[in-house]
Design a binder for this molecule. Structure first.
Ligand SMILES: [Zn+2]
Length: 532
């Protein structure tokens, strides 16, 4: 018997991304044995035992021949057990134990010694990768079929065992297909929470406060609306008791639900490390609020298994950092790359991973260690220069990424007693959703905060008067080209909230009022808090 080469498609996981792999199995005369080449990790090398057991226990013959397995592309590191099923089927095809019907199909699944097909973590990103390659049919373990079906156009064929898979590959009969499950919200704690409407949103065990419950703070409410409408970085700055944290915690009730690619991406991230296959898309944008004592690895990613951190778990959502200045310098410094690129690269012990981190930053902090700087009653007990150094912890690059700086003072009693009810989250959320869909419907189909520099100049559509005002503002605030661009982005968002086609002077002026206090932060803040 001559040698027979069988080629099959499978997939592996690299970080959170699925990658297609080609499993080439050559069964030839010679000394019996199985060799695997192509950057396989330990789990994959151990596939030898699982595959041999599975083939025998499924009632087939493990061929007493020389079996060579090549995993391609050669330079892609391949890990895990997702290619077990493809490997076993390849051996059966290479030893001509069955004849497949034609058609492009991929196989994803781990095998037990007994021949059962088991689900593997990361089925969804793997199927998405196969989908991008034009594969329309994927055999997966039955428990993972619902997850695979979330990928959309791909037909997910559930199989229970190796024998079942062979049957599927050679049979002509149609079996039950796994339908795309209903889109229900399974985000952490989000189950059952209504999207908009009357019901209150719940994240984790804590109920999300409604803007209706936040008294006063008109400027801060407006800043929050602008920030969420355009995806801009936001910082609330003020003494304790001003409602910074409560306002930030209304965010989950203000963001529109995710659709399409964003929902798929959020789903993949939400289920990082989950053992059970997932059943539904996550549609509620993540809201992560890690404590300031969180470690670098917990925040940014890393650890022995190169796991993603909070900034990745906030992908397509909001990362809320309360007491921003209390986070470690390393963590603050590490926010720079993701805020710029939407990704984070982490490395440990010679291994590297790249994770998505397209989060919006919402932060809050006291203006000084005692918390009272800038308050009009002069109760700050910090020594001279201390408040300045405290605010300076939010250093250059991070500072540049925060487009809206919002000084907050305590709410006067009369505002608590006012008989007009503040706007509810539902009302504000509707305006935010409308402004966002305006942005996403025009090229380049991104939120204003993540649009490149040059298109923003065009998108702003400044008339002559607005151009003159922009020059005046840029001179007065000594804005760099980048600073001017970021001012324009916020102004564009303010125009979008008002449904205006072009950015005018009023939009620019409002955007300028939100900018970071210039050279002497505390003085400027104190002035701002005292009513500008
Ligand atoms: Zn102080």
């Amino acid at each position: 018997m001559a040698s027979v080469l069988a080629t099959l498609l499978s997939a592996t996981l690299l970080g959170l991304d699925g990658r297609v792999i080609r499993v080439e199995v050559d069964v030839a005369p010679g000394l019996p044995g199985l060799t695997i080449v192509g950057l396989a990790d330990a789990a994959l090398r151990e596939a030898r035992e699982r595959v041999r057991g599975a083939i025998r226990n499924a009632g087939f013959i493990y061929p007493p021949r020389r079996i060579s397995v090549n995993l391609a592309p050669a330079d892609l590191p391949k890990g895990g057990t997702s290619a077990d099923l493809a490997l076993a089927v390849g051996i059966l095809l290479g030893s001509e134990q069955f004849r497949p019907r034609p058609g492009r199909v991929a196989l994803i699944g781990e095998l037990s010694m007994g021949g059962e097909v088991r689900p593997v973590p990361g089925t969804l990103p793997m199927v998405l990768a196969l989908d991008r390659r034009g594969v329309r049919r994927v055999l997966v373990a039955r428990p993972a079929a619902a997850e695979a079906a979330l990928a959309g156009d791909v037909e997910a064929v559930p199989v229970d065992s190796l024998a079942d898979a062979v049957d599927e590959l050679r049979s002509r009969r149609r079996r039950d297909r796994t339908r795309r499950p209903e889109r229900i919200d399974l985000s952490p704690g989000g189950a059952g929470a209504a999207v908009g409407g009357e019901a209150r949103v719940v994240v984790g065990a804590e109920p999300v406060p409604d803007l209706e419950d936040v008294r006063g703070q008109a400027a801060a409410r407006r800043a929050l609306e602008v920030a969420l409408a355009g995806g801009h970085g936001l910082l609330f700055l003020g003494p304790p008791g001003t409602g910074k944290t409560m306002l930030a915690r209304t965010v989950p009730g203000l963001l529109p639900i995710l659709v399409g690619e964003a929902a798929l991406a959020a789903t993949i991230v939400a289920w990082v490390g989950a053992v059970e296959p997932l059943q539904a898309l996550v549609e509620r944008p993540p809201f992560r609020a890690p404590h300031h004592t969180s470690s670098y690895a917990a925040m940014v990613g890393g650890g022995p298994r190169l796991s993603p951190g909070e900034i990745t778990r906030a992908d397509h959502g909001v990362l809320f950092l309360d007491e921003l200045a209390e986070f470690s310098r390393d963590v603050l410094e590490a926010l720079r790359q993701p805020l710029e690129e939407g990704r984070v690269e982490i490395a440990r012990a010679g291994r590297a991973a790249s994770f998505p981190a397209r989060f919006q930053l919402v932060a809050a902090m006291n203006p000084c260690p005692c918390g009272m700087a800038g308050a009009d009653d002069g109760r700050c007990t910090c020594r001279e220069g201390v408040p300045e150094r405290y605010v300076a912890r939010i250093s250059g690059p991070l500072r540049d990424r925060i487009d809206l700086w919002v000084p907050m003072t305590r709410v006067a009693a009369r505002e608590f007693l006012a008989d007009t009810l503040p706007e509810s989250s539902a009302v504000v959320a509707a305006r935010i959703a409308a402004a966002r869909s305006l942005q996403l419907s025009r090229p380049p189909h991104r939120l204003n905060a993540s649009v490149g520099g040059r298109p923003m100049r065009l998108l702003a559509r400044l008339g002559p008067a607005a151009q003159a005002r922009l020059r005046t503002l840029a001179d007065a605030e000594r804005l760099s080209g980048r600073g001017t661009d970021r001012l324009l982005r916020v102004a564009r968002t303010i125009a979008d909230l008002g449904g205006a086609a072009a950015v005018d002077e009023a939009h620019l002026d409002e955007a300028a009022r939100f900018r970071a206090p210039a050279a002497r932060p505390i003085d400027a803040l104190a002035a701002a808090m005292a009513g500008r």
